[in-house]
Design a binder for this molecule. Sequence first.
Ligand code: SD4
Length: 322
Amino acid sequence: NVRLPFVINTWPFKVATKAAWEAVKNESSSALDAVVAGCSACERHQCDGTVGYGGSPDENGETTLDSMVMDGLTHDVGAVAGLRFVKDAAAVARAVLKYTKHTLLAGELATDFAVDMGFKRTNLQTNVSREIWKSWRQRNCQPNYWQNDVSPNPKKTCGPYKPYRTRLDRERYNRNINEDNHDTVGILVIDHHGNMAVGTSTNGATHKIPGRVGDSPIMGAGAYVDNSVGGAAATGDGDVMMRFLPSFHTVALMEAGLSPTQACKVALSKITKYYPKFSGALIAATVSGEYGAACHGFQTFPYCVQSGAAGGQLKVFNVTCT
Ligand code: SD4
């Protein structure tokens, strides 16, 4: 098939496209390995500071990683959520897929698994992430956020959080997710044999409450693929998006006959009905290499495509958002 192989990914993360393309170029390589190669390249390059180590510090200043990979041929999935102290989230997600019967491992115990699998335990903080965290703390740990501490030297801590959060709190939190700190890499690959795989990798939302997991490692939300139809991947405000399983929905809509672009638009419109101010985007492709994207809440959404159909040329497209 002259259209193959095929790579599409969110945002102008060419480093991810190129790595996935290089990995899938030769006949023997698999879509799944190419997805991991693409995500791993972004993790190493800290794409936009929102993928990999040293970005999006949580309220304690720690960077944790979310990632999933899914194989469209077998329907196998591996994922990690809130992975601590390990840089290679996508490769660990693949290890979950390959070497366990489980689908999703979370937090510190996912780290233990990763270390058992030979991944290095290391600090994910950098000077940059420490600075982001420090300036956020200075801006946000106002006296009214302090604990009711009557000692002469009250401890300046943020929180503690009440079990409820007001609508206003939530809107303020959602405003933290904007065009400056939003970028999950989501990659979809079709290999020479027509097999598809998808994957995501992100360090989530900046200043998140420790323990928060986004949409990216949740199958059907962050990404989804079915070899007989196609696949999709999402980026944006994961707290909202995961409530609608937009990647699964997009694939279901393509199965019902919609084009990838139409399917992405309809899946997003389901979300905007309830959350008109949310921001997010979807990319999608059918198993025959037809592709598209849609977005809401940003001005434009760039995404990358590299395919046999275009002679292996890497192209960046820009979608205007609703
Ligand atoms: C999250 N969806 O954790 C991710 C972040 C992201 O574009 O994609 N931003 O909510």
